[in-house]
Design a protein around this ligand. Structure first.
Ligand SMILES: Cc1cc2nc3c(=O)[nH]c(=O)nc-3n(C[C@H](O)[C@H](O)[C@H](O)COP(=O)(O)OP(=O)(O)OC[C@H]3O[C@@H](n4cnc5c(N)ncnc54)[C@H](O)[C@@H]3O)c2cc1C
Length: 385
């Protein structure tokens, strides 16, 4: 076993860390407060080659590993979750389906611009009646004169409605409505470019956190895309998207890890500065115990996340490890943000302090890309229950 990051990964880690401190930290509070999408930061991350870290160089990606991707996401989230989820959803969910299931033509058409960060990719799975139960999709697509005609709605979709949003990959039922119920729905993935008539993005949601990231409902009304926009195999859409989500969990787990580490960074710095009863509060044992527990849990969580990425990079089965990493880090992020606010006292409740934003940003990590309960199902199944 080798617990050392290799030189390339360490270099990426320190570069993303410097970028996060120098470029993201100074604007994170304002972007959150004004609910402004971080266009300038996305453009810079595109120039730096970070909008396509794990994709092949021949398609404009950085040719990096899953571990490198996880380390980059961790470092960004340590400072700001909105910027991190923008990169993470674009990479793991928006670009990944085309990379995994696209034809050579589809890859050549979309990946270079996605990897450069020129356009953003989105992933349209969730619907009003299909979240955890993703197979209950009601969006329909029927073939007519060489085109798919799509009708339906998606909700809570990240990155679909910005000025640079370029494409969404969706699930849709493509079976005949008269198909017998016992055969189950035929679900297929389709590529829908932004700007296609009949594809509309609704107003952004008013969210608890991730305020600078873009999340909207989508509607498809007689929306027509060419037959060649079929992504992967007809009827394999749900299985394909579940595979994408498996990979995506490594990224979201890296976000939980990064948020927890960022909360600890803030809490530790504050505890050293803040004085009460004539000494820094970091001298009180109860405060020390909180910091020590967090540092220990973060170290354990980091092993889970890096291990899941390591398994994937070696072509080994990583689904269980990714689900465990996601379950552990989501909960840890919520707890770390809570403890960090507690250590800040009343100041932690005030928006000028990053821990206030971290507290609001943390909760979604136990919900998005498979709730904790769904991770528990995945893990229990792997145990043979
Ligand atoms: C900010 C944000 C961004 C998002 N971005 C995207 C995106 O880009 N693309 C996308 O497709 N989706 C996205 N989502 C949707 C997200 O993935 C879903 O909200 C999530 O999967 C849960 O689905 P749901 O909200 O329908 O909850 P439900 O599935 O209705 O779950 C409600 C509760 O029931 C529990 N539950 C459900 N089924 C079971 C079961 N079998 N056993 C035990 N408990 C169960 C759940 O764990 C949860 O606690 C986003 C959501 C948010 C809030």
């Amino acid at each position: 076993m080798d617990f050392e990051l290799d030189d390339q990964t360490r270099l990426l880690q320190s570069t993303v860390r410097e970028f996060s401190q120098a470029e993201v930290a100074p604007v994170a509070e304002e972007l959150d407060r004004t609910k402004s999408f971080p266009y300038a930061l996305v453009a810079k991350m595109g120039e730096l080659g970070w909008m396509g870290i794990p994709f092949p160089e021949e398609f404009g990606g950085a040719g990096g590993t899953s571990l490198q991707y996880a380390v980059a996401v961790e470092e960004l989230t340590r400072v700001d979750s909105s910027v991190a989820i923008t990169l993470c959803a674009h990479t793991s969910l928006g670009t990944q389906p085309i990379h995994l299931f696209g034809t050579d033509e589809q890859r050549a058409e979309w990946l270079p611009r996605l990897c450069a960060g020129e356009i953003l990719g989105a992933f349209g799975l969730t619907e009003p009646d299909a979240g955890s139960d993703a197979g209950n999709t009601k969006t329909r697509a029927r073939l007519q004169d060489g085109e798919w005609v799509i009708d339906g709605a998606k909700q809570f979709i990240t990155n679909a409605g910005t000025r640079i949003s370029g494409v969404v990959c969706i699930t849709a039922r493509t079976d005949d409505p008269a198909r017998p119920a016992e055969s189950g729905p035929e679900i297929t993935n389709l590529i829908v470019p932004n700007g296609t008539p009949g594809y509309e993005q609704g107003q952004p949601y008013r969210k608890m956190g991730w305020n600078a990231s873009d999340t909207r409902p989508l509607t498809f009304t007689g929306c027509r895309v060419p037959e060649r926009n079929l992504l992967g195999e007809r009827g394999r859409g749900l299985q394909q998207f579940l595979k994408v989500l498996d990979i995506g969990r490594i990224g979201v787990a890296a976000m939980g890890l990064g948020l927890a580490q960022g909360a600890l960074d803030q809490a530790l710095a504050y505890a050293r500065e803040r004085r009460a009863f004539g000494r820094p509060i970091s001298r009180f044992q109860t405060i020390q115990a909180k910091l020590a527990d967090l540092a220990t849990e973060i170290a354990a969580a980091r092993l889970l996340v890096y291990h899941a990425a390591w398994l994937k990079d070696r072509g080994l089965s990583f689904s269980l490890a990714a689900a465990q990493a996601k379950l552990k880090t989501g909960r840890l992020a919520v707890r770390a943000a809570d403890e960090a606010v507690q250590i800040h006292g009343g100041y932690g409740y005030i928006e000028e302090y990053p821990v206030c934003r971290f507290y609001r940003d943390a909760k979604i990590l136990t919900i998005g890309e498979g709730t904790d309960e769904i991770q528990q199902m995945v893990i229990a199944r792997a145990l043979g229950t």
